[in-house]
Write a protein that binds this ligand. Structure first.
Ligand code: CP
Length: 315
């Protein structure tokens, strides 16, 4: 019988930061996803695996899903949470550097999840963090835990990533979720259509980061491309990243997916969105079986339980 050598196991992730999808190979991603599968039952039952562990949840940019799902995930693992949800209430508002903030809060917490408006924040924080640092969104750079929940949701919606043609639609320039997702998808047998207006095209360094491993096509016409797609990953045009509001106004309505447009696609096309949405998915899609974006949210708990549990060495 052929011996299968297990190269990745839980100890591989113990004590490690989680900052970029550039750092992971397929085996590692699949191991985290398989661990997230195990969290589905654990989330229902609750556990005390992280009893006496503390998560510092530091959010220097607005968040509903990421912050609350990190915190809920830690509660489901039996741990505790200390949080900064409003940057004005932390000493960053008095001019404390990010590095000094990290060096301080690691005295209180066993693990740190942070969101920050600066692109380089995750790398800077990880450089000084002595406890596992989890990137909860770093400017418009990356949002790798979102990708883990996205991949986990795709496994539920489509049975896996291999063989899919995936369309990423909207603000591919500023959208950190699509940067991390595209980088992760380089390890799967997928075709990706990047659907964006000229001003919001995917950053070249992210495309380069896929190392030519997947077929990528950049297009502007959603209606024309839609029939080819197995999965549509819609994104919000990120108003807060535009220095000039007039530039936002020019592109804010670039793509609006509604029921009529969706009917041009495959019957079983899956619609995902990291949320929040503004107007890019019409609410007439919400009741359709194709709409996965609110079910997608739940996978944030499973993925973040897995990521934190592995980093803390309790799984
Ligand atoms: N998907 C996501 O990052 O949502 P929040 O901004 O609400 O955390």
């Amino acid at each position: 019988m052929r011996q299968v050598q297990l190269l990745v196991n839980a100890s591989h992730f113990k004590g490690k930061h989680f900052i970029s999808m550039r750092d992971y190979n397929r085996e590692e991603l699949d191991f985290i996803l398989d661990t997230a599968d195990q969290m589905v039952e654990l989330e229902k039952q609750g556990s005390d695996l992280c009893k006496s562990k503390v998560l510092a949840s530091m959010f220097f940019e607005p968040s509903t899903r990421t912050r609350l799902s990190f915190e809920t995930a830690m509660f489901r693992l039996g741990g505790n949470v200390t949080t900064v949800a409003d940057p004005k209430t932390s000493s960053a508002a008095k001019g404390e550097t990010l590095e000094d903030t990290i060096k301080t809060i690691q005295n209180y917490a066993d693990i740190i999840a942070m969101r920050h408006p600066d692109n380089d924040a995750a790398l800077r924080a990880a450089k000084v963090a002595m406890v596992p640092y989890i990137n909860g969104g770093s400017g418009s750079w990356e949002h790798p835990t979102q990708t883990m929940l996205d991949l986990h949701c795709i496994r539920y919606a489509k049975g896996g990533m291999d063989g899919l043609t995936i369309g990423m639609v909207g603000d591919l320039k500023h959208g950190r979720t699509v940067h991390s997702l595209l980088l992760a998808l380089r390890h799967y047998d997928v075709k990706v259509k990047l659907i964006a207006p000229e001003q919001l095209k995917m950053k070249p360094d992210v495309i380069e980061g896929t190392e030519g491993k997947i077929e990528i096509e950049e297009v502007t016409d959603l209606k024309k491309t839609l029939p080819e797609l197995d999965l549509i990953y819609m994104t919000r045009v990120q108003k807060e990243r535009f220095p000039d509001p007039a530039d936002y106004d020019k592109v804010k309505n670039s793509y609006i997916l509604d029921k009529a447009l969706l009917s041009k696609g495959k019957r079983d096309v899956v619609v995902m969105h990291p949320l929040p949405r503004v107007n890019e998915i019409a609410t007439d899609i919400d009741p359709l079986p194709n709409a996965w974006y609110f079910r997608q949210v739940k996978h944030g708990i499973y993925a973040r339980m897995a990521i934190m549990g592995l980093a803390l060495g309790v799984l």
